[in-house]
Design a protein. Structure first.
Length: 80
């Protein structure tokens, strides 16, 4: 697994501190347990995307779409 794949999956790499990444499907921060994005995650995202806010916006839309899909799945299982 590459470093980028590990980060995408929200898994810490060997010897790496757990970053402020989402624990799905709960959407809590893996490090501090706060709703994600926690304060530290927001700062990290803004720092990472400071020169390209459009990419940050697109990444957040992707996370929102994933959350919406998970909620639809949950609602369907609750109706059964």
């Amino acid at each position: 697994m590459t470093e980028e794949q590990g980060r995408t999956l929200g898994r810490p790499l060997a010897g790496e501190l757990v970053e402020h990444l989402p624990l799905r499907p709960l959407w809590l921060c893996r490090r501090c347990g706060q709703p994600w994005p926690c304060g530290a995650a927001k700062v990290a995202l803004l720092t990472e995307y400071q020169d390209n806010r459009v990419s940050l916006f697109l990444e957040q839309i992707q996370a929102f779409r994933l959350l919406a899909a998970l909620l639809r799945q949950y609602a369907q299982t609750e109706q059964r």
